[in-house]
Design a protein around this ligand. Structure first.
Ligand code: AMP
Length: 426
């Protein structure tokens, strides 16, 4: 019998995890780096609800996708509304665009958790974090290049050097239907060779077969027609401009005719970033594409758009695999040791923080020895000791905690303190 979940001790639910210090410092870096890059390219922060009307996702992402068909966290609230936790951000951003009609092109970025009821495994969670950008209101191929290049720059900024970029075009309303019929006819002839799931759901979405990682589907579709060979003139020109643009931006994109991605709303450009050091089940660290028909499908005016998102758990796995996670994260600089037991340590710590130092202190009036132990353990480079003698003399004792000069102490007058601390930390 499974244990009674209401009796505790409680653990984070299956498929979720706590991200705590010191590991969370790497997440902080990933978030700050993304926000800086997005800002420089004029993307503003968009904060949308964690849950939306269920219909937004079923209509926006597509009933035949795994994300909607199998993995939705949907529920009825106390008022009987059918809601779902967001499985991704694009549908919410489009909903916000249709609701508020901001001036186009509208460039936004986001960061936060998304939810999919998947089978938990390494790099695959039920609650995971995404960062991403979306641009609504322009069909310019230069934007495809801007979005893909920004993602590329982001991975580089995080120290990820073994990343490949896969690129495809899925055509648009004028060339996709004919391609889809051709692909369906091709696969119908081989239906008995497909995996059971895709054999059954073939008519609903034949493109899914191209995305299937199982051997039978792979084999049966090896010579399947590719959308890139059946693009209309406009889509073909667009794709050529994207490829040229990426070349001149020195983003090494490789064509991948099987890249259809797991969400139905994509048109034209689709792309995925793959971390070469990770297993195939979790090596997709980010991806995106154009979704020129989605705004209209969700009740807005015709509005071409493109976006990209990356998963932070996978970025962390890739950083670890590529040896960049060991990078020293900026640590504590100063630790205040309080042997005066009054206001002095509190005021001193505040003064240090206001001067911009990364500072902490001891609490609970412990012995000098015990506080110095804490100072050592804190990783700080410098301990500042303040006791009755120091207060009397108007000084503070600086004690080096660095390996080279560890244990060396000097007295510094209060007026010169900030300057001196700055110098000691150089
Ligand atoms: P998608 O919206 O499916 O294109 O996913 C975008 C990115 O989110 C992927 O490239 C992954 O990095 C990440 N991702 C998607 N699903 C999960 C999951 N279940 N657990 C962790 N990361 C995920």
């Amino acid at each position: 019998m499974p244990p009674d979940p209401s009796s505790g001790p409680f653990r984070a639910p299956s498929g979720t995890k706590d991200v705590l210090p010191p590991e969370s410092a790497h997440w902080e870096k990933a978030l700050v780096t993304f926000a800086q890059l997005a800002h420089r390219a004029n993307y503003g922060l968009a904060l949308t609800p964690l849950f939306e009307d269920l219909g937004l996702f079923t209509r926006g992402i597509g009933e035949s996708t795994d994300v909607v068909g199998k993995e939705m966290y949907d529920f009825a609230d106390k008022g009987g509304r059918r809601l779902a936790l967001r499985p991704e951000f694009t549908a919410s951003v489009v909903r916000a665009y249709v609701q508020h009609r901001p001036v186009a092109p509208w460039k936004v970025y986001y960061a936060g958790p998304a939810f999919r009821y998947e089978r938990p495994q390494a790099g695959r969670y039920r609650q995971f974090y995404q960062v991403g950008i979306e641009v609504l209101g322009s069909a310019d191929a230069d934007l495809d290049v801007e979005v893909i290049a920004l993602a590329w720059d982001y991975f580089r900024a995080l120290g990820l050097n073994h990343v490949s970029v896969r690129l495809n075009s899925l055509g648009d309303a004028s060339c996709r239907p004919a391609y889809r019929s051709g692909l369906l006819a091709y696969l119908m002839d081989r239906r008995d060779q497909l995996c059971p799931e895709h054999s059954e759901r073939l008519e609903a979405n034949p493109l899914r077969v191209l995305d299937c990682k199982k051997e039978p589907c792979r084999k049966a579709s090896v010579d399947a027609p590719a959308q890139v060979d059946h693009l209309c003139d406009e889509c073909s020109k667009h794709f050529a401009r994207v490829r040229d643009g990426l070349d001149s931006a020195q983003v090494p994109a490789e064509p991948d005719t099987r890249l259809v991605r797991g969400l139905d709303y994509y048109t034209r450009t689709t792309f995925e970033f793959v971390a070469e050091d990770l297993d195939v089940a979790q090596n997709a660290i980010g991806g995106g594409g154009r979704y020129d028909e989605l705004v209209q499908a969700l009740g807005g005016p015709p509005t071409p758009a493109i976006g990209f998102s990356a998963g932070l758990e996978r970025l962390m796995l890739a950083r670890r695999a590529q040896g960049t996670a060991a990078e020293v994260v900026e640590g504590l600089e100063v630790f205040v040791v309080d042997v005066a037991g009054g206001d002095a340590a509190r005021a001193l710590t505040r003064q240090l923080r206001q001067a911009g130092f990364h500072a902490d202190r001891a609490f609970d009036g412990r012995s000098l020895k015990s506080q110095l132990k804490s100072a050592d353990r804190s990783g700080a480079k410098l301990a500042l000791i303040i006791g009755p003698d120091e207060i009397e003399a108007g000084v503070v004792t600086l004690r080096s905690l660095r390996h080279a000069g560890a244990g060396q102490q000097i007295s510094v007058g209060r007026a010169d303190l900030i300057e001196r601390v700055r110098k000691e930390l150089l």
